[in-house]
Design a protein around this ligand. Structure first.
Ligand SMILES: [Zn+2]
Length: 710
């Protein structure tokens, strides 16, 4: 996305206004002059001299010149030297207009000393750092602030920045450390330039308009690829490539991590090869390796399979660095994040696809029929019967294999026996990452105007998100495509709406255990014949929950869930309340930061909310405020969400609290200690600060000089 941002737009308007002023002044003078000239003999004047004589009054009239210079000079000087001033004006304009409960916000900049929350934050280190807007850089600043709130990322950077070769990782860590350092009551803004310089592909900077306003999500992805390339510089090649040959289980390292074990762990993770390539020799004895590099890396599992015969071409596991959830093109009302996730894991039905197994089954039926006819004839040809029998044997043999590959199929099938089938495509999270980045894709194609628009629908998101309904580890996966991808019952999907958490958890666990034991071998469904109509099989897909609970318990609940599952997006109940639950469980994630986008598809402003030091901060470039949790949860235009594994995020806050209790005595009432506290790389810190101070004083001088010159 390349476009002029609102801020450049704003300053351009000022610029255009000044230019208009200049032109109109010039014209006003020159019309007088022209009127005079017209009275003279035109032949005595060349066009050039006419031009000079018409514009000269402007230069002769010093008042006019002064006015023009001021009108043109001030906005341009401001824009080139201190783009943040315009951004500040813009941001405050936006805040007042788009945020109804402006007065409810706690602006500690103006009223702080007596607030208990402020006192608490002061004890923990006070203000966080701001980021200078260096010309449309809010898309970068919002991502950087968001990431600085992740414990798993900060831990990762601590570890990975130990090597000297990794310029980017070191600069990235340094910047985030700056943001998180203890500023107490002071405000300090940092520059992103030192970090951007270390990027191999940093965002484009335009001389006139600053940075092209880009997508925050794209910038996030480019940060990740920089981290990955740094990682590959210092780690051995075996653990950095993702396509490695399946390994015999006996040859795996003793500390190998399988499936979903040790959540939060990064590095190689093993998945049973039998799911990925069922035709592989000794597939059951082998594992395939996937490498998770950064804390946002997780695994997804996707299955595309035939709804008639159940054959699938192997579960496709891939490393993902977050989720991108689309907003429905036709729904502009409020949506729930959990509903978007439910839509994401819904099976997608693809009609009219060739299926090798179904076709081969049809060939087998035909040949068997043919054989019977031949055998029943009086003067039968033994030779032909033998040939047919060998062929039938071959086909039966091939059908034993889990997957009919294309070559075998070509050899055995008969031209007119291609069968069009329906296939289902379904995806789930197989191993969730320590830090889950969710991108709300608001770009919607408008078929009326052939343009991409922004869907400004409100997305309601919870503070705690239970990923359990959206996760299926390898043991939970059905390889029969007629069954749902996850063996886990859909029951879990409704949990978030119910208050009785504990009972439900137990029930779900029970059902889970029962279903996984009874579904080890999905033979029963395989016996179904091909002549079953499409409708029936699709129906079976929809009613899969009922099938799973063959014990008959909770049948009422199941039918409710079926409805829920079949129509997940047609939100019959539009969420009006903010989701606030206190969930617990191994897959519960806590909200760490939120990126919000104001404006339209082509221009606007990004801000970030981030949790740090026990409170929520609203960061808009240089403007940092402490805000209420409610403001965060009711934020419009949510663009990205960062959820961290609850166990990881809790740990840090507890530790932080402990640490601060210990330091309590030391700090008491002290706010100037920050310089001393930042013992690490204090030298470079000072350098950076000096640089900034110089820059700022230079800007001030320049401005003063410009005005003085006028
Ligand atoms: Zn099939």
């Amino acid at each position: 996305m390349l476009h002029i941002s609102s801020k450049s737009y704003f300053s351009l308007v000022i610029f255009a206004f000044s230019l208009f002023n200049l032109i109109s002044k010039t014209l006003a003078i020159s019309t007088d002059k022209l009127a005079y000239l017209n009275q003279l003999d035109n032949n005595n004047y060349s066009t050039l001299s006419k031009l000079i004589s018409t514009t000269s009054p402007l230069w002769k009239n010093w008042k006019n010149l002064l006015f023009t210079l001021i009108a043109l000079g001030i906005p341009t000087t401001l824009f080139f030297l201190k783009p943040s001033i315009l951004n500040y004006i813009w941001d405050s304009m936006f805040n007042n207009s788009s945020r109804g409960n402006f007065m409810n916000r706690r602006r500690f900049r103006f009223d702080k000393k007596n607030d208990p929350t402020y006192q608490k934050v002061q004890k923990k280190g006070g203000n966080i750092g701001g980021l200078i807007n260096d010309g449309n850089t809010c898309f970068m600043n919002s991502v950087l602030q968001s990431l600085a709130s992740s414990n798993s990322l900060m831990d990762y950077l601590d570890e990975e920045s130990k090597s000297k070769e990794v310029d980017f990782t070191i600069a990235f860590k340094k910047l985030l450390d700056h943001l998180n350092s203890k500023h107490f009551s002071k405000n300090h803004d940092y520059k992103t330039n030192p970090m951007l310089k270390t990027m191999t592909k940093s965002p484009n900077k335009n001389f006139l308009l600053g940075y092209n306003q880009e997508d925050a999500q794209e910038f996030f992805q480019s940060l990740l690829s920089e981290l990955e390339s740094d990682y590959k510089k210092i780690h051995s090649s075996s653990s950095t490539t993702n396509k490695t040959e399946p390994i015999y289980n006996t040859e795996l390292p003793s500390d190998a991590v399988h499936g979903i074990e040790q959540l939060g762990h990064l590095g190689p993770v093993y998945i049973p090869s039998s799911q990925i390539d069922p035709n592989l020799q000794d597939a059951n004895l082998k594992s395939s390796q996937f490498n998770l590099i950064t804390p946002v890396d997780g695994l997804s599992a996707e299955r595309i399979g035939c709804l008639q015969c159940g054959e699938m071409g192997g579960i496709r596991y891939s490393v993902i660095s977050g989720l991108s959830l689309n907003l429905p093109p036709d729904n502009y009302s409020a949506l729930k994040l959990t509903d978007l996730l439910k839509t994401w894991i819904e099976p997608e039905i693809i009609e009219g696809v060739d299926c090798n197994r179904c076709a081969l089954n049809a060939v087998l039926d035909y040949q068997t029929n043919h054989l019977q006819i031949l055998e029943s004839k009086e003067n039968k040809s033994e030779k032909l019967i033998d040939l047919l029998k060998t062929r039938i044997g071959e086909i039966k043999n091939e059908l034993q294999k889990p997957i009919i590959d294309d070559e075998i199929f070509k050899k055995l099938h008969t031209e007119n026996m291609i069968k069009k089938c329906s296939k289902a495509k379904q995806i789930l999270i197989s191993r969730p990452p320590p830090l889950l980045a969710i991108h709300i894709n608001r770009s919607v194609f408008d078929p009326m105007t052939y343009r991409v628009r922004k869907n400004n629908a409100k997305v309601v998101f919870p503070l705690k998100l239970d990923l359990d309904p959206f996760v299926a580890e390898p043991n939970d996966i059905n390889t029969d495509a007629r069954l749902p991808l996850s063996k886990k019952v859909v029951h879990d999907l409704q949990e978030e709406n119910e208050d009785v958490q504990d009972e439900d958890d137990d029930q779900a666990q029970d059902q889970h255990n029962q279903s996984s034991s009874s579904l080890e071998t999905p033979e029963g469904s395989e016996k179904q014949d091909d002549d079953e109509s499409e409708k029936q099989t699709q129906e079976s897909l929809k009613t899969k929950t009922t099938e799973l609970n063959s014990d008959g318990s909770d049948s009422d609940l199941d039918s409710e869930e079926e409805e829920e599952r079949t129509y997940p997006t047609n939100s019959t109940s539009i969420p009006t309340t903010i989701e606030k639950q206190d969930l617990s469980g191994p897959l519960v994630y806590a909200l760490r930061s939120v990126i919000v986008h104001y404006g339209t598809h082509n221009y606007g402003h990004y801000i970030a909310y981030r949790k740090f030091r026990g409170v929520w901060w609203r960061t808009s470039d240089e403007t940092i405020d402490i805000v209420d949790e409610d403001e965060v949860l009711s934020a419009p235009g949510v663009f990205m969400l960062f959820y961290e594994l609850d166990s990881l995020s809790k740990e840090e806050e507890d530790l932080e609290d402990l640490e601060n209790e210990v330091q309590d005595v030391k700090i008491s009432g002290e706010s100037d200690e920050e310089e001393d506290n930042e013992e690490e790389d204090s030298k470079s810190d000072n350098e950076l600060e000096e640089e900034e101070i110089n820059d700022e004083s230079e800007e001030g001088n320049n401005l003063a000089q410009t005005i003085a010159n006028l």
